[in-house]
Design a binder for this molecule. Structure first.
Ligand SMILES: NC(=O)c1ccc[n+]([C@@H]2O[C@H](COP(=O)([O-])OP(=O)(O)OC[C@H]3O[C@@H](n4cnc5c(N)ncnc54)[C@H](OP(=O)(O)O)[C@@H]3O)[C@@H](O)[C@H]2O)c1
Length: 297
C-alpha cells in the first residue's frame, strides 16, 4: 500500500513511518520545519497550510491512504496564537482533504485527534459522547474532525491520549522524556487530579496499521486502557527506570488561578470499541514503561 504520513518529523509520525516501512509499505513521510530521515521511506517537505503544496504531493505520490498526524500540538502556543493554530490544524486538514478528493480512487483519510476534544468533567469518554473542548487546541481538532467526517471516501478519526515510548530520531519528544528529565534533575511536580489514558507509541502504531489494512471507518478512541493521574504515571515511570520516587511531588492542580491554558481534569478514554473491532490489546502503563526502560539500556 502507498501510505502518505504528515508530521513524519513529529513523535508519532516518525514512529508510524518507521512501522509502515517495516511492514513493507511504500511510504511518503512529510516534514515541515525539521527535515527528518526514516530509512526506507521517501521523505519530502510539505507545508499543508499551502493548498497547492498538498495537491502536488498527493498527485505525485497517489497514496492509497493518508495519515494526517501533523499539527500544531503545543496547547499553550495554540492558546496564545489561535489564528496560527486554526490555520495549521483546521485549514491544513481541509486542504489535505481537498487534495485527497482529487484522486480516484479516493484514498483512505486517517486523522489523528485528541482526548482534549472533551471537557474533562466525567472521564472514560466513548466515541459517541458529546465533545466540549476547554482550549483552542481542542476546538481546532473538533473543527478538523468535522471536515474529515464530510470526506466522500473512507475516513477514520483516531482520538488519542498522551503518547509515550522510546525517543525517535527526530527533534520532537514525548512527555515521558520531559517527566524523566525532571525526575533526574532532582524534582518534578505532577498533578494528582488530572487523569489521562497514556498510550505506548507501539500500540498506537500497530492499531493505526490495523485501521489501514481493514479500512476501519469512523471514530476510534486509541489510548491506553487505564485511567491514571499524571502523578501515578510519574511514580510508575520512576519505578520502571530505577529512579527515586522521592523526587516526584504530587499535588492537586491549581484552582482559581487563571492559567494561559485551561486544563481539563479527566479526559481518560474508553477503548472498548477498538478492543471489540480491532482486537486491540493495549499494554498496561506498567508494562509499557518497563518496555521503554528495557529499550533504553
Ligand atoms: N503527543 C501526544 O501526546 C498526543 C496526544 C493526543 C493527540 N496527539 C495528536 O497526534 C498527532 C501527532 O502528535 P505528535 O505529538 O507526534 O506531534 P509533534 O511531535 O508535535 O509533531 C508535529 C508535527 O506536525 C508537523 N507540522 C506542524 N505544522 C506543519 C505544517 N504547517 N505543515 C506540515 N507539517 C507541519 C511538524 O513538522 P516539523 O517538526 O517538521 O515542523 C511535526 O512533524 C497530532 O495530531 C496531535 O494533535 C498527540
Amino acid at each position: 500500500m502507498r501510505i502518505m504520513v504528515t508530521g513524519a518529523s513529529g513523535y508519532l509520525g516518525w514512529h508510524l513511518t518507521r512501522c509502515a516501512v517495516a511492514s513493507d509499505h511504500e511510504v511518503l513521510g512529510c516534514y515541515f520545519a525539521n527535515p527528518t530521515v526514516v530509512p526506507g521511506a521517501t521523505m519530502a517537505l510539505l507545508d499543508f497550510t499551502d493548498p497547492q503544496a498538498g495537491i502536488e504531493a498527493v498527485k505525485d505520490f497517489k497514496p492509497h491512504a493518508i495519515v494526517h498526524a501533523g499539527a500544531m500540538t503545543n496547547t499553550t502556543d495554540c492558546e496564545i496564537n489561535p489564528e496560527s493554530a486554526t490555520r495549521t490544524n483546521v485549514e491544513g486538514t481541509q486542504h489535505l482533504l481537498a487534495a485527497a478528493s482529487m484522486l480516484s480512487p479516493l484514498p483512505h483519510f486517517v486523522f489523528i485527534s485528541t482526548d482534549l476534544v472533551f471537557d474533562g468533567e466525567r472521564g472514560m469518554y466513548r466515541e459517541q459522547d458529546a465533545t466540549g473542548p476547554l482550549m483552542h487546541y481542542g476546538f481546532t481538532k473538533i473543527e478538523a474532525e468535522r471536515a474529515v467526517r464530510n470526506y466522500a471516501g473512507v475516513w477514520t478519526v483516531v482520538r488519542s491520549s498522551l503518547i509515550y515510548g522510546p525517543a525517535g530520531e527526530t527533534t520532537r519528544h514525548s512527555f515521558l522524556d520531559w517527566m524523566l528529565a525532571g525526575i533526574r534533575r532532582g524534582g518534578v511536580t505532577l498533578y494528582t487530579d488530572e487523569f489521562r489514558s497514556p498510550v505506548h507509541v507501539d500500540d498506537l502504531c500497530e492499531m493505526l496499521m490495523a485501521i489501514l489494512i481493514r479500512k476501519a471507518w469512523g471514530i476510534y478512541h486509541l489510548s491506553g486502557a487505564e485511567r491514571t493521574s499524571r502523578y501515578e504515571f510519574g511514580l510508575l515511570a520512576a519505578e520502571a527506570f530505577g529512579l527515586s520516587q522521592d523526587h516526584i511531588v504530587g499535588k492537586p492542580s491549581p484552582s482559581g488561578i487563571i492559567s494561559a491554558t485551561p486544563r481539563p481534569k479527566d479526559v481518560s478514554l474508553c477503548v472498548e470499541r477498538a478492543i471489540r473491532d480491532l482486537d486491540y490489546h493495549p499494554m498496561s502503563a506498567e508494562e509499557g514503561l518497563r518496555r521503554v526502560a528495557r529499550g533504553s539500556k
